[in-house]
Design a protein around this ligand. Structure first.
Ligand code: C5P
Length: 288
């Protein structure tokens, strides 16, 4: 049996520009990956089958347009011959939560099934299939820190991000990305400021100061749909985060912390006040 991790994606900043001719918005984002993630298992089979497990498996529910199945079908089509697999998705990440769970699952399916079926697709072909599945799937295919631009198709690997402790908090309210895009108001269409020491090693302090000059342009629209996001940000601020911000289209938010002990303490404090929330202490990745 083959395994793949589908790691949660965090947009450390997310600047949303104007709408392009193809209807998508031009984005600028610094993305990192964390050790929070779903797991996918793959076995050879005569046809395509998907089983859902894990704490959020039932929430996701089975539909034929599940991104993992769509990824599998796209690969079968690219291979040009009938192929089957039994795929088990152990869903640990909250659904529709702004940390790219579905996109990471689709990307993990592309990686895992390419290995299972021994497909030798060109990287560009795999990236093309990934983009057809969703704007965040190409960066999730890489699953390493990257600057992302275009609608998501431009992915440039980034080295040297400090591995600061990070706390992810989701209030267990699903937010649809498409509806946040529809609610976007006017935004400053300016380029994100350049990092002070880029490319190269940033200190923790430099990273935090730089991030303070950036934004998540989806926050206002997401908060109008799910006001509880404001409460999550306040809880993170009160718990001593150096910086707090909403992830992607929400409702998950992140806080960065000076050390692992203060991150763990904040996780405990928030979980005790809000036992229904999903609270996950991790750090800015590297690889896991
Ligand atoms: O590409 P994906 O399927 O993930 O997009 C989900 C929704 O977000 C779509 O409604 C799309 O129009 C919108 N979107 C956008 N600009 C992007 C990415 C997504 O308008 N760069």
């Amino acid at each position: 049996m083959l395994h793949e991790r589908a790691q949660a994606k965090v947009n450390l900043y997310l600047h949303v520009g104007g709408r392009r001719a193809d209807g998508y918005h031009a984005l600028q984002s610094l993305v990192c990956f964390t050790d929070a993630g779903d797991e996918l298992q793959f076995e050879s089979a005569s046809d395509l089958r998907l089983e859902l497990e894990g704490p959020f498996g039932a929430v996701l529910g089975y539909t034929p347009d599940n991104l993992v199945l769509r990824a599998a079908r796209a690969l079968v089509q690219a291979a040009g011959r009938p192929l089957g697999a039994r795929i088990r998705l152990i869903k640990v990440l909250p659904v529709a939560s702004g940390i790219g769970g579905g996109s990471a699952d689709a990307a993990a399916a592309l990686r895992g099934l390419s290995r299972l079926w021994q497909l030798k697709l060109e990287p560009a072909q795999l990236e093309h299939i990934a983009l057809e599945l969703g704007s965040d799937v190409p960066v999730c295919l890489l699953s390493q820190p990257a600057e992302m631009s275009g609608r998501g198709e431009q992915v440039d690997k980034v080295e040297g991000l400090p591995q600061l402790p990070m706390l992810l908090v989701n209030p267990r309210v699903a937010v649809s990305t498409a509806s946040v895009f529809r609610h976007l108001g006017r935004r400053a269409d300016d380029p994100a400021p350049k990092a002070p020491a880029w490319p190269g090693l940033l200190t923790a302090g430099e990273l935090v100061e730089w991030l303070k000059d950036t934004r998540n342009d989806m926050e206002d629209a997401a908060r109008s749909i799910a006001p509880v996001i404001g409460k999550v940000l306040v809880q993170l601020e009160r718990s001593g985060a150096l910086i707090t911000r909403m992830c992607g289209s929400g409702a998950t938010c992140y806080g960065l912390f000076a050390d692992a002990a203060s991150c763990a303490g904040a996780a405990q404090a928030i979980a005790s006040v809000q036992p229904g929330w999903w609270v996950y202490p991790t750090r800015i990745a590297g690889r896991f």
